[in-house]
Write a protein that binds this ligand. Structure first.
Ligand SMILES: [Zn+2]
Length: 256
């Protein structure tokens, strides 16, 4: 078993020598920002049942239930700030070492930290969308009228159902985002995966695709993933601390 410092040096070396780095993040990167992993006990999704896209379309009751869940989630998200792992990824982009960032998260914290090229596979909680005409709103504007609209807001242009701009169960993955993600993964020579247990397809196929195309992989996740054997370097430690140590080590190589 490699010691922590050896692994840091190895990861820093990979980053130093890489020409094109991609990052792939999941819920685990945001837990330290006070956002409960939605699968964990007590998390929002533990207390509400999952409303599928089909139910949302078909039933007023399902839409009301869904909006109540989201309303509670937004209150949690409002206070969330990027943590040291988000900030380290922003720093990597700033020093020209991160080309693109693919995320399963819908919390917008990568953009808050300062990353510009963020591919959101599951959409974003920062916006709401009319599922008929595609009109977009800031989520705050819709949240402000939830009570008045009986938790079933409608589009003022076409009367279509308004939904947070996230991808629900039963809803197709956004084609354009998936295409961008695959091209980001297959064009990189190093992929850093943080905070995903790689259980959900097709998102889990992103690191696989990078590996297939010849990229090296660095994994940072508290728990095992089905693809740990593909990783060059594997960390179980806190991602914020790991990334801070890697950035410090990079400075010794005069990568700034
Ligand atoms: Zn509309």
């Amino acid at each position: 078993m490699d010691s922590f410092n050896e692994k840091i040096a190895q990861a820093a070396g990979l980053i130093k020598n890489a020409k094109s780095i991609a990052a792939f993040t999941g819920a685990g990167i945001s837990t330290e920002s006070g956002i409960s992993d939605f699968r964990s006990p007590g998390g929002v999704w533990d207390r509400y049942r999952i409303v599928t896209f089909q139910e949302f379309i078909a039933s007023h009751e399902a839409r009301v239930e869904y909006w109540h869940m989201k309303n509670e989630l937004f209150t949690e998200l409002k206070h969330a700030k990027p943590n040291s792992a988000h900030n380290a990824l922003a720093e990597l982009e700033k020093i020209g070492k991160l080309r693109c960032l693919i995320t399963q998260n819908i919390d917008g914290l990568h953009q808050d930290a300062g990353n510009s090229n963020v591919i959101e596979l599951h959409g974003t909680n920062r916006k709401a969308v009319c599922i008929t005409c595609g009109k977009l709103w800031a989520i705050e504007d819709i949240q402000a009228r939830l009570e008045t609209d009986g938790f079933d807001p409608r589009c003022d242009t076409c009367q279509g159902f308004i939904k947070p701009a996230t991808i629900s169960f039963g809803q197709a993955m956004p084609e354009q985002e998936m295409t961008k993600a695959y091209s980001c993964a297959s064009d990189c020579d190093l992929l850093i995966m943080i905070g995903s247990s790689l259980q959900v397809e097709p998102a889990a196929s992103i690191p696989r695709e990078a590996h297939r195309a010849g990229a090296k992989l660095i994994f940072m996740n508290r728990t095992e993933t089905p693809y740990d054997h593909l990783a060059e370097v594997l960390f179980r430690e806190n991602a914020g601390e790991v990334l801070a140590a890697i950035l410090k080590s990079l400075k010794q190589y005069h990568v700034k």
